[in-house]
Design a protein around this ligand. Sequence first.
Ligand code: 13P
Length: 248
Amino acid sequence: MRKTLIAGNWKMNFTVTEAESFFKSFKIQKKEGVELLFCPPFTDIPITRFFLERSSILWGAQNVYPEDNGAFTGEISAPMLKDLGCSYVICGHSERRQILGESDELVARKVKAVLSHDMIPILCVGETGEERKEGQTEERIGSEIRTALFELSKEEAAKVVIAYEPIWAIGSGKAATPEGAEEIAVFIRKTVKETAGKKASEEVRILYGGSVNGDNMSHFLKQKDIDGALIGGASLKPETMIDIYSKA
Ligand code: 13P
């Protein structure tokens, strides 16, 4: 049984003071079988840990550098995140691929580094609006997944969480249809099967991300191959995240 994962990606939002006020008004009733995760900016990880460490809620990071230490000014390594109690690390978010030019190869190294330090990578994949129009969605996502899983053992590949985040749906208020997202989730499982075998394809968790909110969330979760959501804007409001979690 794949465990549902509801993950909030705060992106570059919230100072420490703002994060503190978020968690002061964030109270949930724990649900069995549903993991709740927050990925704040690096600077908010210690305060997030302070508020969440005695709860069932998990925290993680939005990025990592794939070397353990050394002359990489401005970067943060997997052992540093592990030491802060992170359980998950987002790898290859489309904003990093597009704005910072991250390649599939760099993302693959990040995924490997996260797994090597006993954390779980959330590998983000997704097509632009243009690629969608040109019918290149599967080609784009397929190559993002194959490159990321190529160097992993089958056991490692099975642990990866893959977030399907169509770029045109991120922050646009125009989410994919649940059926459309399910179609891609099926394609993702097929690609994992071809790359890492049947067992990994059945165990890999697939999230949908892109304009998820309290109203559309349950429609995505009803899909057979979608195991949770990666939430941007809506994760910044405590009442919306409480609502989303309670419906999961
Ligand atoms: P929005 O939920 O704001 O569309 O962002 C999605 C996202 O990019 C999560 O990683």
